[in-house]
Design a binder for this molecule. Structure first.
Ligand code: UDP
Length: 249
């Protein structure tokens, strides 16, 4: 069967920061609704969408661990719980507009969501449901970017596919893509449209943490970094239109 779009199954990573927007509370319901609408528009076209949500809008383990006397593991478990709150918020928003959505958590919270079961997640996707992966990897000392890379590798349609034909991590952020300098402080910063994994790691471009980008590289998973605050961008990224920065082989 010919693929209607560049990607057939995508892993969308939505950071906590992106969910917060500039809302005074932790989550901006306008943003979750726009994510839901755009995801709805592409699932109707047959693209399968899995989502990993971050938790940085509520709690970031590393920054608390140092300042509060909390040990890092406890702080990180709180961070992972924060991602579950975001996941349930996003699920409820999706279902309010009729998109069947399942949340799977990396550690058990059976009254709240399904536990992560890879084959079950894949089955949901095949049935056209959106699956939100919550609680990161389930382990402290990791990030939700790494969870995105990991889950993407786990739910690949086929392994060893070449770039442009493989599945992809779509990293939704508040900036247009990866720049050669910080665009918030340097107005001359240039948007880089294509990068290799090598360039990302050697130039220390702040795209994802090293564990996440290395996992993508080892599994030939391209990464698209794009701006979620521009209407239409999520749908563009999911259907494989050119948007933001593409990182690959
Ligand atoms: N976290 C963790 N293990 C994981 C994923 C996340 O311990 O596999 C914790 C960590 O404390 C992190 C917090 O959850 O700071 C929120 O995740 P993250 O910072 O990745 O969210 P984002 O930056 O995407 O909002």
């Amino acid at each position: 069967k010919k693929r209607p779009y560049r990607w057939q199954r995508v892993l969308l990573k939505v950071s906590g920061e992106a969910l917060a927007g500039d809302h005074i509370q932790n989550i901006d319901p306008k943003i979750t609704m726009s994510i839901a609408r755009e995801v709805a528009s592409v699932t109707k076209l047959g693209v399968e969408v899995a989502i990993v949500v971050g938790g940085g809008n509520i709690f970031r383990g590393a920054s608390w661990a140092g300042s509060s006397g909390l040990d890092r593991s406890s702080a990180d478990y709180i961070g992972m719980l924060a991602t579950v709150m975001n996941a349930i918020f996003l699920q409820a928003t999706m279902e309010s507009i009729g998109i069947p959505t399942r949340v799977q958590t990396a550690f058990r919270m059976s009254e709240v969501a399904e536990p992560y079961i890879r084959r079950r997640a894949v089955r949901h996707l095949e049935k056209g449901r959106v699956v939100i992966f919550a609680a990161g990897t389930g382990n402290p000392f990791f990030t939700t970017d790494t969870a995105a890379a990991l889950r993407c590798a786990e739910i690949l349609l086929k392994s060893g596919m070449v770039l442009f034909n493989a599945e992809v991590v779509l990293k939704a952020t508040n900036v247009d893509g990866v720049y050669d300098d910080d665009p918030r402080t340097n107005p001359n910063a240039r948007l880089l449209e294509n990068l290799t994994y090598q360039e990302v790691t050697s130039k220390d471009l702040s795209v994802m943490d090293m564990t996440a980008i290395t996992l993508c590289q080892e599994n030939n998973i391209p990464v698209v970094v794009f701006n979620l605050t521009k209407t239409g961008n999520i749908a563009k990224a999911i259907t494989g239109e050119k948007v933001g920065t593409l990182i690959g082989g």
